[in-house]
Design a protein around this ligand. Structure first.
Ligand code: FES
Length: 90
């Protein structure tokens, strides 16, 4: 189970969006996380308000050592599905 169950996750954890972007508030906890994969970093590059401790919430796996982790939700997110984007046919 990922840590952030209340954060929007438009792609349901398949690393195809950045709507689950969270900011880890304490470096101590950030350093406990597995390093992000290249795919996660690619999606983080698209996240609104990227910080040094940004992660995709769907990629953070809950574990006892993360007990007490504090996460902030960015002020905005980029979600083409709800931002009025209408895909045009090819
Ligand atoms: S829900 Fe899309 S990458 Fe996390």
């Amino acid at each position: 189970m990922s840590v952030c169950t209340d954060v929007s996750g438009a792609c349901e954890g398949s690393l195809a969006c950045s709507t689950c972007h969270v900011i880890v508030m304490d470096m101590e906890y950030y350093n406990k996380l597995e390093d992000p994969t290249d795919e996660e970093n690619d999606m983080l590059d698209l996240a609104f308000g990227l910080t040094e401790t940004s992660r995709l919430g769907c990629q953070i796996v809950a574990s006892p050592e993360l007990d007490g982790i504090r996460l902030a939700i960015p002020a905005a997110t980029r979600n083409f599905a709800v931002d009025g984007y209408v895909p045009k046919p090819h």
